[in-house]
Ligand binder design. Structure first.
Ligand SMILES: [Zn+2]
Length: 217
C-alpha cells in the first residue's frame, strides 16, 4: 500500500513506545508519587508541570534517560508503519512533550526526518533540573498551554516541507496531543487514554500501528 499522506507526526509515549518514559524514570528514581501528583493537578498549566517534573530529575545522569527508553518496548508495527509511509514519500517525525535525548535516539534508529521535544539541560552529563521548552501556543493562541504545542509544531513542519495541512496525519494517545490531532488532515487517537476520544473521528483501540492504514489512503 502506498500512502498519500505527505507528512506524518507521531507522539512518542504510548504511541511509538508502549509505555511512558517519565514513568520508567520516576519508578527507577522513587519519584512516582510526586510526579503523578503534579500530572494529576488540574490547577497547574501544562508547561508549568513540565518545569516542575524536570526539577525533580536534577542530578540524574543523562544516560539514565536512554536506559529508561531502552527498557520500554517499541509499539507493534512501528517499523512497518514507517516503511510504508516512506514508500509513499511521506516525511515522518516525532512531536513529544518528553525529552529530546529520547526522541533523537528514536529518530536516528528509525531514520526519521525530524523531532521536537523538551530539552533537559545537563552539565557534565548530569541533569540540572532546568528544561528548555519549544512551546508555540503563545504564537497561535492555542488552548493547550503545553510545553510543546503540538499543533504549532505540526504547522511549522508542514510549512517547512511545503505540505498542505490537509495532507498531514497525526497520531497520539493523550490530551497533550489534542491540539495536533484535531488540526491534522487525518488525526488518529491511538489507544486513547483521556476523554478527548469523543473529539476524534479516527480511533485505534488495539496496540498495532499498522491500523493507521485503515484511515490513511
Ligand atoms: Zn497547542
Amino acid at each position: 500500500m502506498i500512502s498519500k499522506s505527505k507528512l506524518a507526526v507521531f507522539d512518542m509515549d504510548g504511541t511509538i513506545i508502549d509505555g511512558r518514559l517519565i514513568d520508567a524514570l520516576s519508578t527507577k528514581f522513587g519519584l512516582y508519587d510526586q510526579i503523578k501528583q503534579i500530572q494529576a493537578d488540574p490547577s497547574i498549566l501544562g508547561f508549568i508541570k513540565t518545569q516542575k517534573i524536570a526539577s525533580l530529575l536534577k542530578g540524574i545522569d543523562e544516560k539514565e534517560i536512554i536506559f529508561a527508553l531502552e527498557s520500554i518496548p517499541i509499539m507493534n508495527n512501528f517499523q512497518h508503519a514507517v516503511s510504508v509511509l516512506k514508500e509513499g514519500g511521506c516525511k515522518i517525525g516525532i512531536i513529544t512533550d518528553s525529552y529530546s535525548i529520547a526522541a533523537k535516539t528514536l529518530a536516528n534508529n528509525y531514520d526519521l526526518d525530524f523531532y521536537t521535544a523538551n530539552d533537559l539541560m545537563a552539565n557534565n552529563g548530569l541533569v540540572t533540573g532546568e528544561v528548555c521548552m519549544p512551546l508555540g501556543w503563545d504564537k497561535i493562541n492555542c488552548f493547550c498551554k503545553n510545553s510543546v504545542c503540538k499543533r504549532y509544531h505540526l504547522e511549522t513542519y508542514a510549512n517547512k516541507y511545503g505540505v498542505n495541512i490537509k495532507d498531514t496525519v497525526a497520531i497520539g494517545d493523550t490530551r497533550g496531543d489534542l491540539c495536533m490531532v484535531t488540526h491534522a488532515g487525518i488525526g488518529i487517537a491511538f489507544m486513547p487514554k483521556d476523554d478527548y476520544i469523543n473529539k476524534c473521528k479516527y480511533i485505534i483501540n488495539r496496540p498495532n500501528l499498522s491500523d493507521i492504514f485503515n484511515f490513511i489512503k
